[in-house]
Design a protein around this ligand. Sequence first.
Ligand SMILES: [Zn+2]
Length: 204
Amino acid sequence: MYVGDDASRSPRLHRFLAEHARRLPYMTEARIRSAAAMTVDGRDEPASEELITAMGPGRWPYRIIDRSVDQRLEKHALLVAVRFWPHRTFTCFTPPEVLPVVDEERLPPPVPEATGPADLWWADDATAIEVTLNGWPPEQDRWTVRYFARTPRQAADANPTVYAAIGHETVPADWCALCSHDIAPGTTCPPVRDTNDRHRRGRP
Ligand SMILES: [Zn+2]
């Protein structure tokens, strides 16, 4: 459970929490934070402001995925805001523990509040680019790159933009985890018909 009263959070996250979070009116953020706990070496400790998320799929080593609860929420709120837009998906490979090197001049402004150790975001009113770590076998890090555009015609800009901006081996993905279907290389996932249309109309 999480409450978003803090003015430091983005308007996007406030909208996301207002639409998706449930809150009991008598609960303050301080009470909820003090009730949060994490288990460390078998001991329960109060959750700190710098609560991080670690994932260790299979035999891969643990990795820090989010630098804070707020950043985790910010990236989720941004993905929810754009996920119904047409998009193209790529896979990028970097050496282990190396963040992708990106030429930001070719991209919309960065979104630092949503960006963390395993997620990079750039967005404006028309396009959004997400680079998210999806696997870290010992020999390399694998990143999913998604280019969201408000219109299918804009989505066609994905290939030249992504290939020019990302300085690592990058190839079209053959699977879209958002849509749960195979994608022919170089094609665009069409906009999703959301029963709740507000996500596609709103600002990213
Ligand atoms: Zn898709």
